[in-house]
Write a protein that binds this ligand. Structure first.
Ligand SMILES: *Cc1c(COP(=O)(O)O)cnc(C)c1O
Length: 379
């Protein structure tokens, strides 16, 4: 038996929406992008949504809309997908790492103020694994220091924090529609905001900085979403709540079957969070288990159980930051640049490499769940 960790959900309605759009004559951004933006904004509960062609482009556009660039610092969590960091560097700003919590693995509000300097302009909390970051505390600190908050919602479509959708709490939400996310346009992204001026800026930014047909009034990019992919997005968005319910149900079943095992910790979800389980994540206590997480993954694989494992190290150890960054940012002497190589954020160090994502496919069978539980118990 081979138990797959995840599988994309593409149905007949998705295929038909895509086909109809392909035959409509609109191949680049057109009416379906407009519709997708409107329905997405309504879903999240904000005034504006701007479709782009990746989650990374969404983060980049939001940073650009706040005019964040050379000499500025942006605070990011030490455990996330690397593009939360590269979007900052693309704008010429300096990423500054903050620790994560030991419960939701998102940006730690208690560590946040340690990293704020006069150069800090924004904070990017990541709603990691479908759990929400502790937004009230983060917003209070951001507001007190006059900082923008860009929520990285690439793993949190439909996640709710104290009655609010993630992506509607900070100044911006940046979503990814990459193939493995809660919903997909194959590749794609979306920015949500209540700021109409920022929305105007980002619509130009994603399309060559064009105003009207001929005037390039600012430095832009080609970050547009093609209409057929927006058609797929519209179709997926209609099913997002259902797909999330399935994800949650499958994850909760797996968790119920394994939560008494002493060498692992299942997700800790407070009352005020609706966790959408991008991953069914468990934290491994390697000492209690008596083996490394990498060894555990190997053994699971030998037993036909696929799982996910990210990220092995806190992001400040990435080669880019420790070798090429001064050159990229051209900061003379590098006095504004953190010495990434010497950073040690204790929660990030502790959990990096020790989190795995167990299978949480909606169609996971009882037999498969029993098998997962039996195999884990055999170690
Ligand atoms: C997927 C992801 C991104 C990047 O999205 P792309 O669409 O792949 O560019 C950014 N941040 C996080 C947390 C992600 O999981």
């Amino acid at each position: 038996m081979k138990i797959k960790v995840a599988s994309p959900s593409i149905n007949q309605a998705d295929v038909e929406a895509l086909n109809a759009s392909l035959l409509s004559g609109h191949l680049t951004s057109g009416p379906r992008v407009k519709e997708f933006e409107q329905t997405f904004a309504d879903y999240v509960g904000v005034k504006e949504a701007i479709a782009v062609n990746s989650g990374t482009a969404a983060l980049h556009a939001a940073l650009a809309a706040k005019n964040i660039g050379f000499g500025d610092e942006v605070i990011v969590p030490a455990l996330t997908f690397f593009s939360t960091v590269t979007a900052v560097i693309h704008q010429g700003a300096v990423p500054v790492f903050c620790d994560i919590t030991q419960t939701d693995f998102s940006l730690c509000p208690e560590d946040l103020e340690n990293h704020i300097t006069p150069r800090t302009k924004a904070i990017i909390p990541v709603h990691y694994f479908g759990h929400s970051a502790e937004m009230d505390k983060i917003m209070e600190i951001a507001n007190r220091h006059g900082l923008s908050v860009i929520e990285d919602c690439a793993q949190s479509h439909g996640t709710i924090y104290k009655g609010k959708m993630t992506g509607s709490i900070g100044e911006f939400g940046a979503f990814s529609m990459f193939a493995t996310k809660h919903m997909t346009t194959c590749e794609g992204g979306m920015i949500t905001t209540n700021d109409p001026d920022a929305a105007d800026f980002m619509r130009k930014f994603r399309s060559h900085g064009l105003e009207g047909r001929n005037d390039h009034t600012m430095l832009g990019y080609n970050y547009r979403m093609p209409d057929p992919l927006a058609a797929l997005g519209n179709s997926q968005l209609k099913r997002l709540d259902q797909m999330n319910s399935d994800r949650i149900a499958a994850s909760e079943k797996v968790i119920a079957a394994i939560q008494d095992i002493d060498w692992l910790e299942t997700p800790i979800v407070p009352e005020h969070v609706k966790h959408t389980y991008f991953w069914c994540h468990i934290l491994i206590d390697e000492d209690l288990l008596g083996m490394k997480t990498s060894e555990l993954i190997q053994k699971l694989s030998e037993n036909g159980i696929e799982c996910r494992n990210r990220y092995e190290e806190p992001l400040y150890k990435q080669p880019l930051l420790n070798a090429n960054l001064p050159e990229i940012l051209k900061i003379s002497g590098g006095d504004n640049l953190p010495d990434y190589g010497r950073l040690f954020l204790k929660n990030s160090e502790r959990v990096a490499g020790s989190i795995i994502g167990l299978p949480n496919r909606p169609d996971l069978s009882e037999t498969e769940i029993t098998r997962i539980s039996d195999v884990l118990r055999s170690f």
